[in-house]
Design a binder for this molecule. Structure first.
Ligand code: GAL
Length: 662
């Protein structure tokens, strides 16, 4: 099963989004038909929150209304992405199975009235989810309108109930084998936490003081595996009746309840939701961050932007209208980075209910509105890009990302609150995005040989295999930048002894960190090369590296802050503090030059984003997005799929998709 099947079925890239017609009546459906044609919608996600209508009481199905919508869409040439409605169990379910309601760490059991009120580990919930997935697949599995299966909606919730405890213990037995091994892994000799039977072990519920870090990390791993198992059950129930590709919409970019690398291996096509939470250039950078992660999760295969908004959702404390042109630019921002289309939540803005103020393609104001006009123009633009289907993006640079490392920085008792995985990952990506290079994300244990430059932020936890892989990468000729607080603990969160990071990586970096010296919130350091640093500093010893910049005051005055080590055929850089944006930009420019990785094409001003998509047969397209307020001449004009003519320059806020000559 591959993505070609989706774009082949659609006859091009996907445009459309979540369609919840059950909120409306006949007249509106007729208008929907007409407006969808105008907006060039070719894919609609049906049924995401329809459990209460499809199964009004346990085991009794009512498919009539859904049949009518599937058939209507099909008659209008619109393919269906059919969702299983399991993210929103109906009230009858939770009343019949109160033990399947989720429990918070503090013991409070939630009740229905919102969505996502279920415990994924509760047997009754899992049975009901499999049953409805299977019933839907049996009914619609070979419907000609069906292009894609959309399992659940954003697996993000956690639970700490007794069912979870039972499943956690099963998982722990499989991971550790014996109680002795678990006790050893979790360091339970300290604080008198030794377990003498499996039944004593609980999920990390609210407790008095710091929780046990090993327990916290294992719980995140367990929950991710449990969620993946729930996904697989539905996927397999569907596959028993249908040969269409199956996916789930993953939540990006700041949510990390799941090991998304593992999900990337289990879906037929990676699909993500992306809602930038900032305006302007930050939103464009955020879009690139999400899109690069989505592409990387599937190993570079084409993927799909399943949801975005026509507004920014909650920029701080309010929703924010997207600026004129941003609906198109964000859509193309995802397509540039490999998405096979641009979908939205949702088609028509709800009149009532929990998300009535959430934006949509058709706003409350109706089709005679800026938002609908921009949405329709975006649909028209996407319709012109059909030849991009199946092409891919290439990157010479990667940022390392590991869920274990993320979760390792979520435990209690760390040396500084400034050790924040997500913001470190964002900063690393942003510095490269600002430099105009295309970036993949990669796992420390992946095959990394194809990258010229690797940037490793916040690798607090690094496995032995990851450390050895990075050492080999440098030895083989790669350039690696490792950022502060790296390699401090192993997979069990046990501290690395004898200096950080652990031995194999240390050899490639030629340094040994002896002491962490976290900085205060307002403290700033100036390094010997003039760059400014914050948040963190370290006392490190040179073991073969050269000092590129030193600390210039305080206890560390004169000590190395940034080092470079020639190792094998490559270079291992170590940065022991957090540089500000200007300092990062200067360092990244130097590393890109050393590694021979340049933006393509060079010479475009900051705020103009360029990415190239490559077809397997050698055809290429260059997507340019001008996020600035100035007109920008293009270095290589070309045939623009958006206009059908030759484009020489980009107006302020404008975009171009140029077909490159072979
Ligand atoms: C997504 C979710 C949608 C809708 C949207 C609003 O995360 O999947 O159902 O709630 O957010 O932004």
């Amino acid at each position: 099963m591959d993505v070609r099947r989706l774009t082949d079925r659609l006859g091009g890239l996907a445009f459309g989004g979540d369609y919840n017609p059950e909120q409306w009546g006949e007249e509106v459906w007729q208008e929907d038909d007409e407006l969808m044609r105008r907006a060039r919608v070719n894919l609609a996600t049906l049924g995401v929150f329809s459990w209460a209508l499809v199964e009004p009481e346990e085991g009794r199905y009512d498919f009539g209304w859904l049949d009518a919508h599937v058939d209507r869409l099909h008659a209008n040439g619109i393919a269906v992405d059919l969702a299983t409605p399991t993210a929103s169990p109906p009230p009858w379910f939770t009343l019949a199975h109160p033990d399947a309601l989720p429990v918070r760490p503090d013991g409070v059991r939630l009740t229905h009235g919102s969505r996502d009120t279920y415990c994924l580990a509760a047997p009754a919930y899992r049975r009901a989810a499999r049953r409805i997935a299977s019933a839907l697949a049996e009914r619609y599995g070979d419907h000609p309108a069906l292009a894609l299966w959309h399992v659940h909606n954003e697996y993000v919730t956690l639970c700490w109930c007794d069912h979870t405890a039972t499943a956690f213990r099963v998982w722990l037995r499989a991971r550790h084998g014996t109680l002795d091994a678990l006790n050893e892994a979790w360091g339970t000799r300290f604080w008198s936490q030794r377990y003498t039977s499996w039944e004593q072990i609980l999920p990390p519920r609210a407790t008095q003081w710091h929780g046990n870090p090993g327990q916290a990390l294992d719980f995140r791993r367990f929950w991710s595996d449990e969620t993946l198992a729930a996904y697989r059950e539905q996927r397999d129930a569907i596959r028993a009746h249908s040969d269409r590709p199956v996916t789930t919409n993953l939540m990006l970019p700041g949510y990390q309840n799941l090991d998304l690398w593992a999900f990337g291996r289990e879906v037929d096509l990676v699909a993500v939701d992306h809602y930038p939470s900032a305006p302007g250039l930050d939103a464009a950078a955020d879009t690139a961050f999400g899109a690069d992660r989505a592409r990387s999760l599937g190993g570079g295969a084409p993927w799909l932007l399943m949801e975005q908004g026509t507004n920014t959702v909650y920029a701080g404390d309010r929703t924010l209208g997207k600026e004129p042109g941003q609906i198109l630019r964000h859509s193309l921002g995802h397509i540039a980075r490999g998405s096979e289309g641009a979908l939205f939540f949702q088609w028509r803005q709800s009149r009532a209910g929990a998300e009535q103020w959430h934006s949509a393609l058709v706003p409350h104001a109706g089709p005679d509105s800026r938002v609908f006009r921009e949405a329709a123009a975006t649909g028209e633009a996407v319709a012109r890009l059909g030849e991009l289907a199946g092409s891919a993006v290439r990157a010479d640079v990667a940022v390392l990302h590991d869920s274990d490392a993320w979760w390792a920085l979520d435990v209690d008792g760390l040396p500084s609150a400034a050790l924040d995985y997500h913001s470190a990952l964002r900063r690393a990506h942003r510095a490269l995005w600002d430099a105009g290079v295309t970036v993949d994300f990669a796992h420390p244990e992946h095959d990394l040989g194809r990258y010229r430059l690797l940037v490793a932020p916040a690798l607090f936890l690094l496995s032995d295999a990851g450390g050895e892989n990075l050492r080999r990468y440098v030895e083989g000729g790669g350039t690696l930048l490792v950022q502060h607080a790296a390699g401090c603990v192993d997979e069990r969160l046990h501290a690395r002894l004898g200096g950080y990071p652990a031995a194999p990586l240390r050899a490639a970096l030629g340094v040994r960190v002896e002491e962490h010296r976290p900085l205060g919130q307002d403290e700033e350091l100036v390094l010997s090369d003039g760059s400014r640093a914050r948040a963190w500093s370290e006392s490190l010893r040179i073991e073969g590296a050269e000092a590129v910049a030193a600390y210039s005051h305080g206890m560390l005055a004169g000590a190395p802050a940034l080092t470079r080590h020639a190792y094998g055929a490559g270079h291992g850089w170590y940065l022991s503090t957090e540089l500000d944006a200007a300092g990062s930009a200067a360092l990244i420019a130097r590393l890109l030059a050393e590694a021979g990785a340049a933006p393509e094409p060079p010479g475009l001003p900051p705020g103009v984003e360029t990415v190239t998509r490559h077809a397997p047969d050698g055809r290429r397209w260059r997507l340019h997005l001008n996020h600035t307020t100035e007109t920008v001449p293009l270095p290589e004009p070309g045939h623009d799929l958006l206009t059908g003519g030759v484009t020489h320059e980009l107006p302020a806020g404008g975009c171009a998709v140029l077909r490159l000559l072979p």
